[in-house]
Design a protein around this ligand. Structure first.
Ligand code: ADP
Ligand code: MG
Length: 278
């Protein structure tokens, strides 16, 4: 039987984003804490609605320990609202963590950086494996889309949907806000590929440690210029040369030089760190 709104009780509002509101909810039958994302589809075109449905269906197929688990969706036709029910990540997202560390003059540990790097790579591997169709390949990888559970394990989530709702002009609108993680091939209007995700992963890891992105500028053309050059400072010295090196490999202008998910995971250093996690 499909779920209905009555099966849940709203506990609180977590936050309101550009596409809807995220609420913490309780599943009445067993008290399980989840979240739902409320989105209004009334103003969407038929094509956008179709894309939203197929995106949600795809997300439901992704089962991985480092990907936010999707539970269900409820459609309220009278209010033209869709509720997407998913796992609650009580550790919040990495964008919030970066902002808090910046504010307090703190920074993450080397061990935590490796853990995030490895677990995000594993989640991306699962996404890249599922290349059935357009949607799951292009992950909008950024700190706001990487969540932490209660044990500070990575849960990649909240991608896709935003893009679906902005499908009209796919390129410009994919990047709401400053596109700090845009890869050189995208800057040059070439097509997106799996290596563009690797670039974004490198940029995200860099920002997580350094608390500012590898490339910054006050305007788009200056940012584009820096991205095409691909020069950025070393990570703060509290981080090892090994961590700096692996991130540096991911942020390489030449697509062919950038490691694949497979070669990141095959790196002996990554393997050693991974064993320590397990
Ligand atoms: P935004 O456009 O800002 O990403 P969202 O609707 O995605 O807006 O998220 C709103 C807030 O809810 C953000 O603070 C986000 O971190 C939080 N959030 C989204 N999904 C989850 C989740 N599965 N668990 C916990 N918090 C979440
Ligand atoms: Mg979000």
């Amino acid at each position: 039987m499909p779920a209905s709104l009555d099966d849940f009780q709203v506990i609180s509002t977590i936050g309101t984003g550009s596409y809807g509101t995220c609420k913490k909810i309780c599943r009445k039958k067993d008290g399980k804490i989840l979240v739902w994302k409320e989105m209004e589809y009334g103003s969407m075109t038929e094509a956008e609605k179709q894309m939203l449905v197929s995106e949600v269906n795809l997300l439901r197929e992704l089962h991985h320990q480092h990907i936010v688990k999707y539970y269900d969706r409820i459609i309220d036709r009278t209010k033209a609202m869709i509720y997407i029910i998913m796992e609650y990540c009580e550790g919040g997202d990495l964008a919030t963590l970066i902002a808090a560390n910046k504010k307090n003059g703190e920074s993450i540990t080397e061990d935590f950086a490796w853990k995030i790097l490895i677990q995000t790579t594993l989640a991306l591997k699962e996404c890249h494996r599922r290349k059935n169709g357009q949607a799951v390949l292009h992950r909008d990888l950024k700190p706001a889309n990487v969540f932490l559970d209660k044990d500070s394990n990575v849960k990649l989530g909240d991608f896709g949907l935003a893009r679906v709702l902005h499908s009209e002009s796919s390129f410009a609108q994919t990047y709401v806000g400053t596109p700090y993680y845009m890869s050189p091939e995208l800057v040059n209007n070439l097509s997106y590929n799996e290596k563009s995700d690797i670039w974004a992963l490198g940029c995200m890891m860099y920002e997580l440690c350094a608390l500012s992105p590898p490339f910054t500028a006050s305007n788009q053309s200056e940012l584009n210029r820096k991205i095409r050059l691909g020069d950025f400072p070393r990570l703060p010295l509290k981080y090892s040369i090994e961590l700096d090196m692996i991130i540096r490999k991911m942020i390489q202008v030449e697509v062919a030089q950038r490691p694949s998910i497979g070669s990141i995971l095959a790196d002996p250093l990554v393997q050693k760190r991974r064993e320590a996690l397990e």
